[in-house]
Design a binder for this molecule. Structure first.
Ligand SMILES: Nc1ncnc(NCCc2cnc(NC(=O)Nc3cccc(C(F)(F)F)c3)s2)c1Br
Length: 273
């Protein structure tokens, strides 16, 4: 790892700028490292809240996992430091912000834009799985957009190394595959399911199993109650790809490298990604 990852950073090393977003555990600020003038995002977490939620081990795992990941579609976590009350994550700054805000603004994405994002995500997940890391929490809130419009997966707070698969419930229900909702053993194929959920939400503006009550969402997930609305009009190729990822039996889900070879991706994704 680089010198930057070894250094003992303190808040004095940074000029703090505007708030970028408000997370569950703390706020994110634009910041500039004084010596290098390098622009970063600084996520501030309160130790009291981390302790209260007993997630300190997850945070340590995130920092450990992220320190080994280098991919254009994965937001870098350069390092962390802490003081009396807070833990600070030093993150790559994604200049075009949070993808879910973009999705809210334009309701749903074009097939070309959706396919380009899905292809980027598939490549990032192939890279993660190759390192025995599953993200487990792929959803619009964890996707950011870089200065060139490229997608960046962020927040590995729920990721794990596959050899110690865990059964804890994590993230919102909408994106969880049947095996996690039924809290049985799960593997890297959980991320393929979430990719299918995302592909549907990019094209229709809502996740496929959304329901008023948690219990209804749960039932729709375990029954894979997949319906495609008549509006907006979506190509049959896109529906075919979604149907091959949202399969209850995780071993039968389309493998990520096959996602990249699917005709809808080949015909619609921008190769630069
Ligand atoms: N424009 C932007 N450019 C860059 N970043 C931005 N926002 C921050 C995105 C994040 C990346 N990584 C994260 N990681 C965590 O939050 N981890 C986390 C937090 C609490 C508890 C835990 C745990 F303890 F539960 F694991 C783990 S948030 C924005 Br907006």
């Amino acid at each position: 790892s680089t010198a930057a990852e070894k250094k003992r950073w303190t808040l004095n090393d940074f000029d703090i700028g505007k708030p970028l977003g408000k997370g569950k555990f703390g706020h994110v600020y634009l910041a500039r490292e004084k010596m290098s003038k390098h622009i970063v995002a600084l996520k501030v977490l309160f130790k009291s809240q981390l302790k209260q939620s007993q997630v300190e081990h997850q945070l340590r795992r995130e920092v450990e996992i992220q320190s080994h990941l280098r991919h254009p579609n994965i937001l870098r976590l350069y390092g962390y430091f802490y003081d009396q009350k807070r833990v600070y994550l030093i993150l790559e700054y994604a200049a075009k912000g949070e993808l879910y805000k973009e999705l809210q603004n334009c309701k749903y994405f074009s097939e070309r834009r959706a396919a380009t994002y899905i292809a980027s995500l598939a490549r990032a997940l192939i890279y993660c799985h190759g390192k025995h890391v599953i993200h487990r929490d792929i959803k619009p809130e964890n996707l950011l957009v870089g200065a060139e419009g490229e997608l960046k997966i962020a927040d590995f707070g729920w990721s794990v190394h596959t050899f110690n698969r865990r059964r804890t419930m994590c993230g919102t229900l909408d994106y969880l595959p049947p095996e996690m909702v039924e809290s049985v053993e799960h593997d890297a194929n959980v991320d393929i399911w979430s990719l299918g959920i995302l592909c549907y939400e990019f094209l229709y503006g809502v996740p496929p199993f959304e329901a008023k009550e948690h219990s209804d969402t749960y039932r729709r997930i375990v029954q894979v109650d997949l319906k495609f609305p008549s509006r907006p009009i979506v190509s049959s190729a896109a529906k075919d790809l979604i149907s091959r990822m949202l399969v209850k039996d995780s071993s039968q889900r389309l493998p990520l490298h096959k996602v990249l070879e699917h005709q809808w991706i080949v015909q619609n994704a921008d190769p630069s990604g």
